[in-house]
Each structure stands twice: as structure tokens, then as C-alpha cells.
Design a protein around this ligand. Sequence first.
Ligand code: PAF
Length: 285
Amino acid sequence: MEVIETRVQLRSWRGKIHGSVGFIPTMGALHEGHLSLVRRSLAENPWTIVSIFVNPRQFGPQEDYHRYPRTLETDLRLLQNLGVSAAFTPSVEEMYSPEDEVYVSLTRLGRLWCGSYRLGHFDGVALVLIKLFNLIMPTRAYFGEKDFQQVRVVEKLVEELFFPIEIVRVPTVREPDGLAMSSRNTYLSPSGRAQALALYKVLQYIQTLVPTTQLTADLIREGEAFLRERFPEVKLEYLAIVDEYSLQPIEHLRQSSNPRILIAAYVEGVRLIDNLPLSLPEESS
Ligand code: PAF
């Protein structure tokens, strides 16, 4: 596996290879969720490149940029063992300059939900991905559905900026008890880890209510009560039922052909997210 640190080396690597290129952008601290994206790319492309870059532009001033887990050596070993072709591990200076003029601003999809609490977050994600897509010119790029809003933002970005890149969604990888894998899970104490299960549990609980009511206000109210009673230490940021394409809230599940529940909550000060597609009962004829 080639470990590439500069844009010049990356351009030269890219110029030498032929055939489809699968790209997995990451911020490192790799876990099974990332590795599932890598495996999918390895199965679908002769070349797979992974970027490891903790992108300062997508963190707010009060967020965890400085303490975000950085485990580069272990990450590189994991990627090498899987048979990845190259890892791109640029410094911040390689990606940004204090003289930079270009900022990206998302107007709708990027300002909903997580975007309304993490101001500028998706603008920063979009900017770094535009840079990485331009450097790597992948055939396909792989994203985990755990960050569902990010997936939709990236799909829109690629469509609007005419990137000839196929965005591949990969299902969320969960721990055996259902907790969605996330690099931020490592911040949790054992009791926080138990509380974090609340996110998946409430999504599942809401799914069990769907045969009795499809009014989303009822489902959300029941979900919030479930969290208050069963997981009082969890601080809910939002719980929403949306159409998975527009990410707009819906009032009745039948308003959307693909309704999805989104959740963000704090456990021990750690911000966690999850989501689940909702399946509707067959309509009786
Ligand atoms: O999902 C992430 O890890 C990041 O948002 C991404 C896509 C690597 C951009 O920095």
C-alpha cells in the first residue's frame, strides 16, 4: 500500500493507474463501519484509496476537533492488511492555506437537522470533499448510512457540481447490541456506553408502534416519553421523521415512499447520531 502525504504525490499516483477507483474518505480512528466501506470498494474496483484527514473546517469552535481520536499507525496497518492500494494522509497545510478564498455554502439540505445545530458543518464537509474528489477523481465514493444527512448532502453535491462519481451508500454497521459504530463511541465510559444504546432502542421502539399509528407527531411523542423513562441521562437534541430524499419532516408516514427516523442526542457530553428506515404495514385491500 502506498502512503501518500502530498497533492503532488497523489496526482502522480493517480496518473499512473487505469481502471475504476473506489474512494473512502475518512477522518481515521477506523472501525468496522469504515472497514465495511473499504471491503465493498475492494470488491467493486481494482483500485481502492482511503483518505485519513481530520478536517478542521467541519468542526465548530466548541467541538472536539483537538481531541478527535487520531490513530494513524493502527489505521494504516488495518488498511494494508485489507489490501487497500493507497492511503492519502495529508496535513492541514496540504489541504488549506490561510489565504484561501473559496468557501462552500449549502442552503437547504445542509441546514436542516445536524446542520442547524452544527452551524457550517456540512459546508466544511462539502469543501473538503470537493478538494478530495478533484485530487482523487474516483469512479465511486463510499459513504456509511449512519451519517444519513451527510449521504444526502454528498449525493446532492455530486449531482449539482457534475462530478462523474457514483456515490455508494453502505448500511450502518452496529455492535452486537445494536449501537451504531462511531469513532466517538471511544469517548464513552462503560455506563455512558450503556446509555448510548438509547438511540437504537428508541428507533426500534418507534418501529414497533407503526402498525398502530402512522401519525408522526404521535410516534415522536411516544419516542420522547420512552427516552425520558428508560434513559433519563440521555439529552435528546432532535428526533424527527422525514422523507429520506428531501429530509423534510412528514406528518403521516404514507406521505413518503421512504420515511426515515433521524436522531441526535448527547450522552456524557458526547454527540451521537443514528437513523432507521421505517417500514410500513401492507395496506389491506
Ligand atoms: O464522515 C466523515 O468521516 C467526514 O465527514 C468526511 C466524509 C471524511 C469528510 O471529512
